[in-house]
Structure formats: structure tokens, C-alpha cells
Design a protein around this ligand. Sequence first.
Ligand code: IDC
Length: 637
Amino acid sequence: MKKLFATVAMALSFCFSANALQDLKLVGNQLCTADGKPIQLRGWSTHGSWFKSCYDDEQDFAKQKEKGANMARIAMYINEGEGINENWVKSCIDFCANQNLYCIVDWHVLRDREGDGSKGNPMDMKDQAVSFFKNITSYVSSKNYNHVIYEICNEPNYNGEGDVYPLGIGYDKKNNNRRTQGVWSWIKEYSTYVLPVIKQGDPDAIVLVGTPQWDQGLVFPMMDPINEYGLQVMYSFHYYAADQERYLGFLSGASAFLPLFVSEWGLSSHTGDSGCDTKSADHLLEVCSGKNLGGQIISWANWSWADKGETSGTFTGGGYSNMSFSEAGRYICSKLAEGDKFYSGKSKAYQGEAQEFNGTEDFFLALEKFDEGGHGVAYYDYEDANWHPCYPSQCNAGYKEGKIDKRGDERVDLGYCNDKDKENSFINLGYIAQGEWVQYTVNVKYAGDYEFETYTTDALDYNAMAIAVDGENGMVDQDGNEINRVVELQTSGSGQIDAGYNDWGWTTPVCPVAKDKKFRIRFKTPGEHKLAVVFMASTSGLGSLKIKGQPDLGTGVEDIEQAVVKVWPNPSVDGVVNISADADAEVNIYSMDGTTVYTGSVVANEAAQLNLNLAAGVYSVSVKSEKGISVEKLIVK
Ligand code: IDC
């Protein structure tokens, strides 16, 4: 019966739908079409209403399509030019539908200029935003459109927020600077108004949420994501090639933790009008093609389809009518013409040998034995020494300084924690810049959740570390929930900031938003895993990572043989799923944000059929018996 309804509904939607684009959905962090195939949306963003003649006609979008775009972003400045203009946005939505282009409706918050007296807090215009998104979503659903993505705030910001130091991090301890974190709380507050309205008007929508510091502060949604509204939320990252390559690691690293969308990027500097850096642009597109920690294919919109004549613009000044492309415009056309070009390479164990963790004894990750595969695949490490905010002269530092003779052909910065007693010293990762990560291959004897500690110095000003296992978030709390994806490293010894870079010690990282929570690293299965340390802020160094052998974690790691757990069908449809285990067990199912969606139990060797009615997405099924905890991934379509 249900099936029949579905077929009728499909037929109806087919009749009414003005375009032939597939529905979009998130599978884990990946944007996919309805059939589960990853998709990369590519194309241009409009400029503001000043250059409307470049995008007030269907032909304007036909030209973008002809150049290879499959998406267009409609940037509606809310404080400049014509301001809010629903009719224009609606007509652009129609044009895109007719041209089979996906379409982003962008509420273009942009009030970050020094001295303009405003704060860039999206809450300032939340009433207008609520009414705008209400009208637009009801327009979209009245037309039965499926091609519209909502970007709820372009670049929320704190006026004059500052430089790279506090970037992406709420705990600049030295200055007690929490401004960027403040911006995230504005965004979260704003989302409580806008997202329910979108949910009501267009329940299956994909929504892009801006992040602090001109959309580079991805650490905030990693710490504290938005999961409350049953919408498919992705986070925006913005990039201006000529002067922002120093932040590109954020995109590469965060790809393992969040669904990401480069909803705006230009070949120019962040002013929109100087430099034109095609090399740095290549680097961005390489990351977007899937060459990143999460292997995520990331969509992008280039700024901007306009003929203002600025470097970032697609056309020369006044050049639109004769299609006179600028250097940036020609670059984008050539990239769009290439179509899908996805990267799927993987890093390999150093010298073919995984490090071994036997589960019962403490394990010390040998930081110099990072994977092979080079920059972008085995690690992300900035090449240009100037991109390091604290140590501009350092690049592959230990090697260059003659301190260490290991792996000098790689970019990763290695050094000895104790130069004077190298024999008894760990080799550390040093000179860590924002967005850098390093990946290792570890062979794990028993699946389970393990406590860990880090070896750190007294000199930790800015720090925020994440751990990825197999290209996904690898940390859970003591109850097995994914509460957030970032830990704050602790200073060793005296606890005094800047006491010294040579004073190392073991500390337990804390959860920045819930200090009482303890993190664990989760290996879902025994066998070989990729373990990556990801730094979402610059930090002085990581001396070692100790994963604690845990005989009594409740998982019975010492003597486990894990329960044999079966979950089927997987993927499941509508959350109808069978679970069995070869021992009496307690079953918990969590959504990816850690919300418990089911709690129950199974009797040994008896299948339990559950009808969970879950939203499409990825869940983890945790089965706890005297044999330990087994975790299975469940995909619901
Ligand atoms: C710029 C335009 C420029 C305009 C300015 C202010 O290129 O012509 O005068 O806005 O309206 C962003 C913003 C985007 C900026 C762009 C380049 O989202 O609106 O456009 N940029 O400065 N973030 C980072 C860079």
C-alpha cells in the first residue's frame, strides 16, 4: 500500500515538476542525488543588484548553463543596492528551473567593513529574513520545485573581528578573546527563527549555514553543530584565492566532520579586486574534487557573474554584452568545461606497515610514521612559510633546522620534544598552523571506544584538535555519543601560558563546550584504520598521542571477542530494520549528532524487527553485551 502511494506521489511530482533535476540529499557528509550518487554543483554567483542586467533574463542563465554550470547562486544583498527583492529572486528561481540549474538563494549578510558602524549580526534583520524565507519556500513548494537550496546568512560577522589568531577558535587564552565564538552563537540564535520556517515551507530542503570569520570558522559547527530542525544542513566555506590559501586546510580537514559547500570563492584577494591567483584556485578545486581528509566531493559557486571589471568578476568592465571574459572568467569556463573530475586516491601506511594497537596496553602513536601519499592525501601542510601565523620562517621546520633527519622530502614539520635527550624523546609535530592535519595507519586488535591523552607543552595559546577515523569523526563521549568533534588540548606542567615550549607533559584534552565530557576514540571494527589528527587552530606542537589500553571499559576489551551483530537490510528504507546479536544485548541507535533515536534490547540469536520511521541519513547502531560494544553504521534512505 505504501509503495502504491509512493508511486502515485512520484508520478504526480513528475507531472508538476517544471524541471528534470533529481532531488538532492545528504548521505553522511556527502551531497548526493536521490539515487545516492555524489554530485558536485558548480557555477557562478551573481553579484548584487547593481549588475542585474547580467542576470535578469533567462538567457543570462542559459549562458551559464552553456558554459558548463549546473547551479547558479542568487546573491541578494540585504543592506546594499536594491536590498531585499523577492520578485527578482523568484524570477531567478524560475529561470534556473527552466534551464535545469540548481539554484542557491543567498541572504547576503555582509556588514563587516571597518567603520560602517554595524555588527553583521544576522539577528539584526531576522524578522525580514523570516518573512523572506517563508515567502520563498512557499513559492518553491507551490511550484513543486526541487532545485532550490537556501543559504540563510552569507557572512555573519563581528565588525573588525580581527586577524588570523582567533580564527576559527573561541579560546584565544592569552587575550581571552571569544568574539568568533560569539558570532557562532548569533548564527545559532538566528537559525532558531529561520530554519523552522524553511522546514515548514520546504521540508526536504538543503540549507547552507554561514560560519564566523567570513565563512572560514568551520571549527564552530564542528564544536557545536545545528541538528535540531530535521533539515539537511551544510556549512559554507568562502575562499579568495589571492590571499586566503592559508585557510584552505580548514576545508580539507573539516571535510571529514561536516557537509561543506564553497558557496562563494573568487580568484582575487578578499577585496574582490586585486591579484588573480590561478595556482591557489587550482588548489581549492583540487580539495573540492575529493582530495581532502573526508574524501568529500565539495560543490562551489564562483564570485561573480558580473562585468564590474574587478578582478573577481567574470567579465571585463562593461564586457557582458559581448561576452568579454576576464582572466578569472576564462579560468572558470575552462574548469567548468572539464565536467566531473573527482579524486579518489588514498594514503598508504608508511613503508607498508601499520602501527599496532593491541587494545590492552597503552599505544603511542609514532608521529613521524605518517602515511605516504604526500600533501593533500596523507597530510595537509602549508608549503608557504608565510602562511603560518606564528612562525613565518618555518616550513618543514625540524628538517631545515638540521634538528631531525626524518622524511625531509615531506612538508610535515617534525622535531624532537627534547633536543638534548633525543634518545628518550618523542618526535613531535611542530609549527602547527590552522587547518593542518596528518594521517596514520593503525592496526587495531579490538573494536571499541578508547580514552586518550596528548603530550603537550606549556605554550598552547590557540588550539583545537579533532580526530578522524577513516575519514569521519572519530571521537565519542563516555556514553558513546557523538557530542561534538573538537577537543581543546591542555597545557602541561605549570599551566602558565607561554611558560615554555620545552616543557612537555601528558594531559587529557577537554570538550570545549561541555567540560565534564571525556572523549574517546572509537574504532568501529577491528583491523586497519586511518587515524588523523586535525588542527583547527594553530598550536605549538603535539608531542605524542597515547591511546589507552582499556581492559575494563565495559567493553571487556581484554578478552573480547565481540558479539556477532547483524543489521539488515542496510541501507534500510523508512527505518525498517532487523537486528540480531549472538548474545543478549542492549541496543542503542544514535543519529550522527548523538541523539538517541532508539533504545531497546535483543535476545541472543533472535532477530528483532524494528520499524523506526527514521529520517534519511546515517545512524550508528550500538549493541552492548557482555562481549563488549559493537557499532554498526546504518544508512536510512
Ligand atoms: C564585493 C564585491 C564588490 C562590492 C563589495 C561590497 O566584489 O564589488 O563593492 O562586495 O558590496 C565577500 C562577499 C562579497 C564580496 C566579496 C569580494 O560575500 O559580497 O563582494 N567577498 O570582496 N566575502 C569575501 C569576499
